[in-house]
Design a protein. Structure first.
Length: 98
C-alpha cells in the first residue's frame, strides 16, 4: 500500500461525505423538480397543448437534474468502496485489528 493509494482513497471518502451532505440537502428538491416537470408535461399532453419545444426543454431539464443526482450517488458509492478498501488495507497491515 503506497501513501498515494491511501491519499486517493481518503480523497474519495471525503468526496463521498460531501456528496452525502449535498444529496441530503438538494436531493429532495431535485426529485420534486423532476416530478413537477413531469406533471406539467402530462398536463400539457392531456390538455392537447404540449408543444415540441416545451417537451424537448422539459426532457433536457429532467435529464440534467437526474444526471446531477446520479453523479452525487456515484460519488457516494465510490466513497463506500474506498472506505472498504482502506479498511482492508489497514487490516492487512495490522491483522490484530478488528
Amino acid at each position: 500500500m503506497s501513501p498515494g493509494d491511501q491519499e486517493a482513497r481518503l480523497a474519495k471518502i471525503d468526496r463521498g461525505v460531501e456528496a452525502g451532505a449535498a444529496e441530503a440537502v438538494i436531493g429532495p428538491y431535485i426529485r420534486e423538480a423532476v416530478e413537477n416537470k413531469l406533471q406539467l408535461l402530462i398536463g400539457s399532453y392531456r390538455g392537447k397543448t404540449l408543444e415540441h419545444d416545451e417537451m424537448v426543454g422539459a426532457i433536457a431539464e429532467i435529464s440534467a437534474l437526474r444526471m446531477l443526482l446520479s453523479t452525487i450517488q456515484s460519488d457516494q458509492r465510490q466513497a463506500e468502496r474506498a472506505a472498504q478498501e482502506e479498511y482492508n488495507a489497514q487490516a492487512r497491515k495490522d491483522p490484530r485489528r478488528p
